[in-house]
Ligand binder design. Structure first.
Ligand code: ZN
Length: 416
């Protein structure tokens, strides 16, 4: 068949859209500095975001219902402009006989206010909220209560900037034709909190990732109106960023680059990590001013007296000249999405945390500096993907200098 002119035009528009959709805007140092840390909302005993998740939450249990309600209430009360939906399924498991166990995934999304269904491409940030049945009372703080709380804080930290960006775009009179021609793009953000990741008995293809398998199939079958940019819900996902087993501080988490197709995103994460370290914005760094060692005399050494320790690197795997990609090795919630053609960035350390699937994977064993640092890093990446530079709540240089001075005063007090 010979292509018609309109077909060629259509193909060119499609090409343009692909080029535009890869847009990714680096944020300024000021914007990076302005990203709020979760602070006391991540307190493991009574912090607003994290502490309600730190309870056993096996699918179908009261704990699971409590935690799901916590998520729904959070979006309802704190982020009312996010559209929240629940996706339900049931399944038998190897250890629960004929009983159908319910699995409930939560999807929260924020779209540009004018965007039509099927026109929004998403950065999709994902973690699982269920906990493992055993050992008895298992909390799963890194697996994955903390990652869920990180994503809640990320959503909250970007909300205002999204509102500002879209208001400016609206005032500038961005026209629907610009989108139709692929000259502009509807970018949105999706947070997915999955149920049923853990095996009930032993991890097998059947006994694992119950929620993810059901959601991926459901999204594939959810069609958008004809002629939409994205023909179904699953094709609207530009990048599926899966957070798992994060929150242990020692040993330093090491994140490999698992997938060739998303190495570009891995590189952007690595660059942001470097920038945050260079600006002393990662509290888990051994060189952060708050982690000064004491000298033999018992006095706290000043920065100039203290030898700089080797700076850790979470994203160490930039050099992929050997072309060895470990993508298939770790089975996790991304698999049903990847099988349907979704690009995946998997943020899971290798090796796994030392507390993995042990009773000690609880709130007390989280390294809160590391948890906060992950939150900042993921938020910064999302801000860049969503082109939010210029819309973040940037402190003025003067105000920042005053804050720095205040922080300096506090440090010098500890030297007495
Ligand atoms: Zn697990």
């Amino acid at each position: 068949m010979k292509p018609t002119f309109s077909l060629i035009l259509h193909a060119l528009q499609g090409l343009l859209l692909v080029v535009v959709s890869r847009a990714y805007t680096v944020i300024s140092d000021d914007a990076l500095t302005s990203i709020p840390r979760p602070g006391e909302d991540f307190d493991i005993k009574n912090g607003k975001l994290l502490s309600p998740i730190l309870q056993p939450r096996v699918p179908g249990s009261q704990g699971s219902t409590n935690v799901l309600k916590h998520f729904v209430d959070f979006f309802h009360n704190d982020l009312p402009q996010w559209k929240v939906s629940l996706q339900n399924s049931t399944s038998k498991t190897p250890v629960t006989g004929n009983k159908e166990i319910p699995f409930v995934n939560l999807i929260a999304a924020r779209d540009p206010p004018w965007a039509k269904a099927g026109e929004v491409g998403y950065l999709t940030l994902v973690a699982h909220y269920d906990s493992k049945r055993t050992p008895e009372g298992f909390i799963g703080a890194t697996d994955s209560a903390a990652p869920c709380a990180m994503l809640m804080h990320t959503a909250r930290s970007l909300d205002e900037a999204l509102t500002k960006k879209w208001a400016v775009m609206h005032q500038a009179g961005i026209k629907q034709e610009d989108y139709d021609l692929g000259l502009e793009e509807h970018k949105g953000i999706q947070i997915i909190l999955l149920d049923g990741e853990e095996a009930f008995d032993q991890w097998t293809k059947k006994d694992s990732i119950y929620g993810s398998k059901s959601l991926a199939a459901d999204m594939e079958a959810t069609f958008h109106p004809a002629l939409s940019t994205y023909h179904n819900a699953i094709s609207s996902i530009h990048l599926f960023v899966l957070l798992d087993l994060l929150g242990e501080g020692t040993p330093t988490p090491k994140i490999p680059s698992y997938f060739k197709l998303t190495h570009w995103a891995y590189q952007n994460m690595a660059t942001l990590e470097d920038r945050l370290r260079a600006q002393s914005l990662l509290l888990s760094s051994p060189n952060h001013p708050s982690r000064r060692s004491t000298s033999n005399s018992g006095r706290i050494r000043t920065n100039s007296q203290q030898l700089k320790r080797a700076e850790p690197k979470w994203f160490w795997d930039l050099d992929k000249s050997n072309d060895r990609w470990l993508g298939g090795l770790i089975e996790d919630d991304h698999l049903p999405f990847m099988a349907r053609g979704v690009d995946v960035l998997h943020l899971i350390p290798n090796p796994f945390p030392t507390v993995w699937h042990k009773a000690t994977d609880d709130g007390e064993h989280l390294d809160m500096d590391t948890v906060g640092d992950w939150t900042i890093l993921v938020t910064a990446f999302a801000a860049e993907w969503l082109d939010l530079d210029g819309y973040m709540d940037v402190q003025t240089t003067k105000k920042r200098a005053a804050n720095d001075q205040q922080a300096g005063n506090m440090v010098s007090k500890t030297e007495l």
